[in-house]
Design a protein around this ligand. Structure first.
Ligand SMILES: Cc1ncc(COP(=O)(O)O)c(C=O)c1O
Length: 387
């Protein structure tokens, strides 16, 4: 089946649920059994059936089965947020005395977890240049256990040479994990590229409606899966059945929405390229972008409508506020992947240590939502006038 059809069908079993097209929301803590023997078989995991609500319900199973199919994974679990998927992966796979390599353009709170919690546990982190490619070999030490990738970076959109990094990791027997929230498996399937663990913030495009926080972790590696599930259980993590149903609903339309986000972003960028108050647009799908070659090779045809542009100079603080505060269609807020467009000033120089942000101009990040591009262009045009 084509991927679009998979996204519609995966994880749904109407016959098992009185014909209900969507898997119903099973809301429970207690699970009842006919006999003590049945309970004991479930609770010692002989049957694979849940013996208590925290082990998940058919609602959860419907979602994780669908996500696993989409990722090309044998195993998938969902977490209470995208960040929880990242921190659980790091916690489950690393032990005191280990070393982890993290891309310098990693999502800020992932960096914070490494600098605070991993450090406290005696786990050392080295941040690497996203453009490092095969030279990552030089940073691998005897105790390096994991390389954590994210591409493109969600502020400055550097792409990474994933095949080159994975090749080195495999030679050196180091695991790899990839935060794939920007592209989703629609445009990049980390596991197909040899990455061991694929992580997504479902909060973004799978949720799609800015009303859900959730993450997912997918893998084909049985040993990794066991370590992830053990940590998940030991922490007592859980995602509610209502939220799982919302994520499954988002999955059915994610392809259509992402296509529209992407097309609108391209249309708006075409207009932005002609604006005198803009000096640079950073977006790998754009021909001429530093990451374009890799994007074309590995991601192919799409991705998020999330990009950054640099104004023509470093504007005074007040001008930036006047520019952004007057927006009528763009909302001012973090996150992305929802139906509504968002705008923020960003300060990339403050969240990197291995590399230096070379630009002095004010940087603005936008998420292009599902509004008509003409209205977003008019909003930006009025903003440039204010500026
Ligand atoms: C690249 C990336 N990964 C992970 C996350 C975390 O997702 P969540 O907000 O669900 O914790 C975010 C959130 O902005 C993100 O931008």
């Amino acid at each position: 089946m084509k991927e679009r059809t998979t996204l519609i069908q995966a994880g749904r079993k109407p016959k098992a649920h009185s014909g209900m097209v969507n898997t119903p929301i099973y809301q429970t803590s207690t699970v009842l059994f006919e006999t003590l023997a049945d309970y004991e078989a479930a609770s010692t995991q002989k049957t694979g059936d849940p013996s208590y609500g925290i082990a998940g319900t058919p609602t959860h199973r419907g979602l994780t089965d669908a996500l696993a199919q989409w990722e090309g994974a044998d195993h998938c679990l969902v977490t209470p947020s995208g960040l929880a998927a990242i921190t659980l992966t790091l916690f489950a796979l690393l032990s005191p005395g280990d070393h982890v390599l993290m891309v310098d353009t990693i999502y800020g709170p992932s960096r914070r977890f490494a600098l605070k919690e991993l450090k406290r546990l005696g786990i050392e982190t080295t941040f690497y240049d996203p453009l490092i490619g095969a030279n990552i070999a030089k940073l691998i030490k005897k105790n390096t256990k994991l390389i954590f990738l994210e591409a493109p970076g969600s502020l400055t959109f550097e792409m990474q040479d994933v095949p080159a990094i994975v090749k080195v990791a495999k030679q050196k027997k180091v695991l790899t994990a990839f935060d794939n929230s920007w592209a989703t498996p629609l445009y990049f399937k980390p596991l197909e590229h040899g990455v061991d663990i694929s992580v997504q913030a479902l909060t973004k495009f799978v949720g799609g409606h800015s009303d859900l926080l959730m993450g997912s972790i997918a893998t084909n590696n049985k040993d990794i899966w066991k370590r992830l599930m053990d940590a998940y259980k030991h922490f007592g993590l859980y995602v509610s059945a209502e939220q799982a149903a919302l994520a499954a609903r988002g999955l059915r339309t994610v392809e259509v929405r992402m296509k529209r986000h992407f097309e609108s972003a391209m249309e708006i960028i075409k207009w932005l390229q002609k604006q005198s108050k803009i000096s640079k647009i950073i977006y790998p799908p754009l021909a001429g972008d530093a990451g374009h070659k890799i994007w074309k090779r590995d991601f192919g045809s799409g991705g998020a409508g999330l990009f950054t542009f640099l104004l023509d100079k470093a504007y005074p603080e007040k001008s930036i506020h006047v520019f952004i505060d007057g927006m009528k269609v763009f909302g001012i807020g973090a996150s992305w992947g929802g139906y509504e467009s968002l705008i923020l000033r960003i300060n990339p120089e403050t969240v990197r240590t291995a590399t230096k942000w070379p630009h002095k101009q004010t940087a603005i990040r936008v998420h292009i939502g599902l509004e008509h591009p003409d209205d977003l262009i008019a909003d930006l045009a009025a903003g440039f006038k204010r500026l």
